[in-house]
Design a binder for this molecule. Structure first.
Ligand code: MGP
Length: 203
C-alpha cells in the first residue's frame, strides 16, 4: 500500500500522531476568471502541504472540481513552480492534455482529477516524476480539461512514460491524450481566431 492510500493515522508510543511525509511539498492554486483583470491577477495561491494527512484535509475541505463555476481552475504544482508558462521550470515544457466531455462532468471529472492528484503526490511516474511540474483542472463551457505539466518537452522518454502512466491510471480509454509544448499553446493563444493546436505527441 502506498503512503497516500493510508487512511489510518500512525501514532507514537506517547500517543502523538505521526503524519506521513510526501516526497515533495505541493502548492494548490486557484484561478477565477474575473473579466477585465490580467490573467495573472486572477491566480491565487491557496496553500501548500507536505504530508498525506494535510493533502486529505485540504482535498476534503475544498469544493469538488465539478461544482466550480465555468472559467475556474485548480492547479497543483511543486512548491516553487508557478503554474504558468513563464516559470523557468515550465518554459521548455508542455502538458499532457485530456479534454473531457462536459456531459460526463458529474460522472468522470472528480474521479479523474483526484486520480491525477494522487499520481502527483504519490510520485507515480518512477524516474520521470522528476520531470513533473504540476497539474491543472479547468472548467470550461466547451469542454473541461485536465492536464499534467512536465518540465522538458524534448525529453521524449520521460514525457511518454508520464503519458502512458497517466492514461493507465485515469482509465478513460479510448480517449486520446495530446502533448502540447507550452510555447505552441501560448502562440496559438496569441493568434486571435486561430484554433489550430500543434501537438508533439499523441497516445
Ligand atoms: P486557458 O485558461 O489555459 O484555456 O487559457 P481556455 O480558457 O480553455 O482557453 P483556450 O485559449 O485554451 O481556448 C486562456 C487564456 O489565459 C490564454 O489564451 C492566455 O491569455 C491566458 N493564460 C493561460 N495560461 C495557462 C497562461 C500562462 O501560463 N501565462 C500567461 N501569461 N497567460 C496564460
Amino acid at each position: 500500500m502506498s503512503n497516500v492510500e493510508l487512511n489510518e493515522k500512525s501514532a507514537t508510543a506517547a500517543g502523538e500522531e505521526v503524519k506521513h511525509p510526501l516526497q515533495n511539498t505541493w502548492s494548490l492554486w486557484f484561478f477565477k476568471n474575473e473579466k477585465g483583470n490580467q490573467w495573472k491577477d486572477n491566480l491565487r495561491l491557496v496553500t501548500s502541504f507536505s504530508t498525506v494527512e494535510d493533502f486529505w484535509a485540504i482535498y476534503n475541505h475544498i469544493q469538488l472540481s465539478s461544482k466550480l463555476p465555468t472559467g475556474c481552475d485548480y492547479m497543483l504544482f511543486k512548491q516553487g513552480i508557478e503554474p504558468m508558462w513563464e516559470d523557468v521550470q515550465n518554459r521548455e515544457g508542455g502538458r499532457w492534455l485530456l479534454t473531457t466531455d462536459k456531459k460526463k462532468r458529474a460522472q468522470d471529472l472528480d474521479r479523474v482529477w483526484l486520480e491525477t492528484l494522487l499520481c502527483l503526490i504519490g510520485e507515480s511516474f518512477d524516474d520521470a516524476s522528476e520531470d513533473i511540474c504540476g497539474a491543472c483542472v479547468q472548467i470550461r463551457q466547451k469542454a473541461d480539461k485536465v492536464a499534467i505539466w512536465t518540465t522538458n518537452a524534448h525529453n521524449k522518454d520521460r514525457v511518454m512514460a508520464i503519458g502512458r502512466k497517466f492514461q493507465a491510471r485515469i482509465k478513460l480509454a479510448p480517449e486520446s491524450l495530446f502533448y502540447q509544448k507550452h510555447t505552441d499553446t501560448a502562440n496559438s493563444a496569441s493568434k486571435q481566431g486561430s484554433n489550430k493546436s500543434k501537438y508533439e505527441y499523441i497516445i
